[in-house]
Design a protein around this ligand. Structure first.
Ligand SMILES: [Zn+2]
Length: 246
């Protein structure tokens, strides 16, 4: 199964068009798989042959200029200027506070290394043929399996009637946190729900999009949760509400 998945990505790797973190996982697989390595070599030699052996026709002189002249002229759109809040200059405590508030709004949210760790673990689980340690749709199997091996017992729900069948679970690490990964599916999309023991107060749901994945995180009853999938953001948010029971 891993090889099938890798094979679909090999042409991109051969073309140098595969981006991280996929490139890393594909290259690592190829390094340890003679079959895929041979396939990659084949693709690379075909690419070289196409570049070197195909006849090459030079464009007639003036063609580029004629094409350029035929294209409609484009004026670049004006660059929007960021408006400076008047309050920031208004002096006095109220003005200063308003300035601080606006600055906080304008500044991008700090990158959460745990979000990146959760995405890495999600990708790893899909690429490395290690999606599940315990593969079953029975929540009464997954939950005790996880709680026997971890210091947390994340809720494992049967959401099949709501369109999110349970596939199983495994142990995983996210950014150094040892925890549970409970695996669900929605249509063809895999959802990894990572959970580990974490001190702190309960929070609401926080949504992030990065590298083509959506991440919804929250904290409840001493457990940090990160749901990762290539599902649409609103569907993943709906999943998060369902799985957290509210
Ligand atoms: Zn392979």
């Amino acid at each position: 199964m891993a090889c099938d998945r890798i094979r679909t990505l090999l042409p991109l790797l051969a073309d140098g068009a595969l981006r991280q973190p996929r490139r890393f996982f594909v290259a690592r697989h190829v390094a340890g798989c003679p079959d895929c390595a041979a396939r990659l070599e084949e693709l690379q030699s075909v690419g070289t042959m196409l570049r070197t052996k195909l006849p090459f026709h030079r464009a007639p002189p003036g063609l580029a200029a004629r094409i350029g002249a035929a294209l409609p002229r484009e004026t670049p759109p004006p660059v929007p200027r960021r408006r400076v809040p008047v309050q920031a200059f208004a002096g006095g405590l109220v003005g200063a506070l308003a300035g601080v508030a606006l600055t906080l709004l304008v500044m991008p949210a700090p990158r959460d290394p745990v979000v990146q760790g959760a995405i890495d673990s999600h990708v790893r689980s899909l690429m490395a043929e290690h999606l599940m340690d315990v593969a079953t749709s029975d929540q009464h199997t997954v939950k005790p399996w996880l709680s026997a091996r971890l210091d947390v017992s994340p809720p494992v729900r049967d959401l099949v009637d709501l369109g999110f069948p349970l596939l199983g679970g495994r142990l995983d690490y996210v950014d150094g946190h040892k925890g549970a990964a409970v695996v669900y599916r929605h249509a063809k999309h895999i959802i990894n729900l990572f959970a580990w023991a974490a001190a702190g107060r309960d929070t609401g749901f926080s949504e992030t999009a990065r590298q083509g994945f959506n991440v919804v995180s929250w904290h409840r009853d001493g457990i940090a949760y990160y749901a990762v999938s290539d599902l649409e953001a609103d569907q993943l948010a709906a999943f998060a509400r369902l799985v957290s029971g509210g």
